[in-house]
Design a protein around this ligand. Sequence first.
Ligand SMILES: [Fe+2]
Ligand SMILES: [Fe+2]
Length: 376
Amino acid sequence: MSTTKAVRENYREDVAGRANVEDTPELLAYYDELERLDTAPLWTVANKIEPWEPKSSSVPVLWRYRDLREHVLRSVELVSPEKAGRRVIYLNNPGRKDDAAAVGWLYSGLQVMHPGEVATAHAHSASALRFIMEGEGAYTVVDGHKMTLGVNDFVLTPNGTWHEHGVAAGGSACIWQDGLDIPLVNTLEANFYVVHPDLQQAVGHPVDDTSHTWANPGLRPAGADWAKGYSPLLKYEWGPTYEALARYARSTEGSPFDGILMDYVNPVTGGAVMQTIGASMQLLRPGEETKAHRHTGSVIYQVAKGRGSSIIGGKRFDWQERDIFCVPSWAWHEHANASASEDACLFAFHDLPVMRALGLYREEAFGDNEGRQKLS
Ligand SMILES: [Fe+2]
Ligand SMILES: [Fe+2]
């Protein structure tokens, strides 16, 4: 039975406490009998399914914006929004193509919309965010809250919310990065998708009311209640974010691994912006080179400002504004700002809220070579 033989790779390890059973004719016949009953002996696969440490099937990838941009814009000529639903070029990690994942259990794509276009309102179980890369006039409506969006702003469209995107008629072609947990929700076999019965939803609040209500530092509207699993703020603007990083940098040495790093939070709880996806913005000071660390959880970075490089799993990736790169779970990574005079900013989103909620978060500093990887 050649098919069973392929499945029955024997992952033996000659280590106390690990499975190490050699194949014999008698055992192979026994394994065949087990297979007919839709069962199998654990000791042939135990070392594979319980690795000593996480083994990501994702590989580190850098997606250069200057390579992708023209292809993203070309989709406008080739497919209509009516037919395609959304014109998105998604980031397809070579190790994760079966799940359309950019890294780990995260999906990411670049979406383009022209002035006057509006996408159909819909809701899904996956949680999403958009990070605006270029263009003017972009907006998103989430459960009746309309939010105007500029470059480097990001907006949430959480699990279960009605949402739609558009670009104002007087705007310009807009490109943004979509980030979702689609692969995770599909793996959990919990994904639903609904198109809004009216195709569009009504705006039921003053434009940008979530910012007016929830984006006032250190202040919470008296009596305002919010118990949902995501941030009521929904939109996070670049201006105040950059200012916060610059202010924080005046009073901290920063993290040895990330420089000046701030998490976007739910203003009610102080926790992550959504249940499954967290986000942060970090600032690398001129010439800053961080030390390497690794942790469980997958991260997608988008260069919001500046240029530099990251070493991920021993490989160097040079990035500039608008480039996107990923760090797979448990991969060593360190970042460097290539400019001696300008700061560099990296937006990131990740599944660390999932890791933390499930008790799976673990982090480790790179001990050798003064905390820096050697290039492989
Ligand atoms: Fe959506
Ligand atoms: Fe990290």
